[in-house]
Design a protein around this ligand. Sequence first.
Ligand SMILES: [Zn+2]
Ligand SMILES: [Zn+2]
Length: 146
Amino acid sequence: MCLYGIYKNVNIINPDQNRSVVPVDACIADEIKFLNDNSVITLASCCGHGRAGQIHTWSNAYGEWKGHHQPPIVLIREDSIHLAEDLGYRPYPYYYAEGEHDRVWNLLLKTGCITMEDCRKWHKVNKVPFKRDLGLLAESKRSASI
Ligand SMILES: [Zn+2]
Ligand SMILES: [Zn+2]
């Protein structure tokens, strides 16, 4: 990554969203923009923040959970999977905690922060201090992560 709490605004095309611009983890913002520019409807995304593969525990209304942190990923709508495949991605279904699928698919991203080393590199290349929660970065600051 980028560490937690560093974003860039991206224009999204999802007609069900009440906003057309959303903050996205900075190091994957260009790729999320690329997907939207190519008509892929994106939902939530996360760059992984350098923790892919590590174990974490959490709880929600459905119980106590233990699992692996995800690599850089975005959820897309089912009607976008063929477009995503044409762009070279291999989407797979997303299941909610209660076992429902609801036409949402995972897309593994090509950019983002798999290891903490990736985070460090991204901050260095983009001249962003290696600190969390810097908030929204200026639009003009182009990511070199793609
Ligand atoms: Zn990142
Ligand atoms: Zn994130």
